[in-house]
Design a protein around this ligand. Structure first.
Ligand code: SAM
Length: 262
């Protein structure tokens, strides 16, 4: 976009590759009873495709300098609404009567340093059907990492507990304006309930996962000092493991088993 003073602090790298924009848009298939929430629409490159989808679309954009561009889309699309606000600070329920919609599709190409905060907010404050989000390529690998790999961490376990994760496409840094330092990936987080029914207390499970990974290089004996270690050891035995194991070797089912039984 010529004559636009891109703000680095807001992660303003706008997509300019129509092929990538189409790939992202084509991967989102709502019905007319559904709602798309786009976070950080920028100048509306992706928004223009999303509003063609025959369902309501609501955007949250922090930068009011984009008002003119986004209002233009509003003028020709009655299914579109834009809210100029920091998404991290809004009370989603104040803007959206979610009970009106069958499924909520989130879409976002946002500053990478707020990716996790955004996902946490979406999970805690609404009931997403799926989240399609652009992340740094390395972050995508961390999100989908399997046990016993360097990338596997508490965020991998938390996300894979809540979602099935798939990669929509890899995005070369040249597809943006201005060109960022790193390549990106668009990933889709599809809500799954496959583990939920086996969990007695989710808050307890999340705390166990977080505590187990406190110091990545340390084993469970060191990271879980305030827990009933004899009981944990007994459970780990079932999986041929003991407290010398590191969190990175534990599968989601093993975290659930421990959390349910301590
Ligand atoms: N989606 C557009 C695209 O792909 O061309 C723009 C992407 S740009 C990487 C990120 C956008 O998110 C910018 O327009 C920025 O102003 C906006 N943004 C940054 N932080 C935000 C926040 N906390 N809430 C809402 N929008 C935000």
């Amino acid at each position: 976009m010529r004559d636009f003073d891109y703000k680095k602090s807001l992660g303003q790298n706008f997509l300019k590759d129509q092929n990538i924009i189409n790939k992202i848009s084509d991967s989102i298939n709502p019905s007319k009873e559904d709602l798309i929430i786009e976070i950080g629409p920028g100048a509306g490159a992706l928004t223009k495709e999303l509003v063609k989808k025959n369902c309501d679309v609501i955007c949250f954009e922090i930068d009011t300098r984009l008002e003119e561009k986004l209002n233009k889309i509003k003028d020709s699309n009655s299914n579109f609404k834009v809210v100029f606000h920091d998404f991290l600070k809004v009370d989603i329920s104040k803007y959206i009567d979610t009970s009106k919609y069958k499924n909520i599709y989130y879409v976002g190409n946002l500053p990478y340093y707020i990716t996790t905060a955004i996902i946490n907010k979406i999970v805690n404050e609404s009931n997403p059907y799926e989240i399609t989000i652009m992340v740094q390529k390395e972050v995508a690998e961390r999100f989908a990492a399997k046990p016993n790999t360097r990338e596997y961490g508490s965020i991998s376990v938390f996300l894979q507990y809540n979602f099935d994760i798939e990669t929509v496409c890899i995005v070369n840094k040249n597809c943006f304006e201005p060109i960022p330092k790193v390549d990106s990936a668009v990933i889709k987080l599809k809500t799954t309930n496959k583990y939920q029914k086996t969990v007695k207390n989710e808050v307890k499970l999340y705390k166990l996962i977080k505590d187990s990974f406190t110091y990545k290089r340390k084993n469970l004996r060191n990271n879980l000092k305030n827990y009933n270690q004899a009981k944990i050891e007994e459970i780990l035995k079932k999986y041929d493991k003991d407290l010398t194991a590191r969190a990175e070797s534990l599968r989601i089912e093993e975290f659930i088993d421990i959390s349910n039984n301590i």
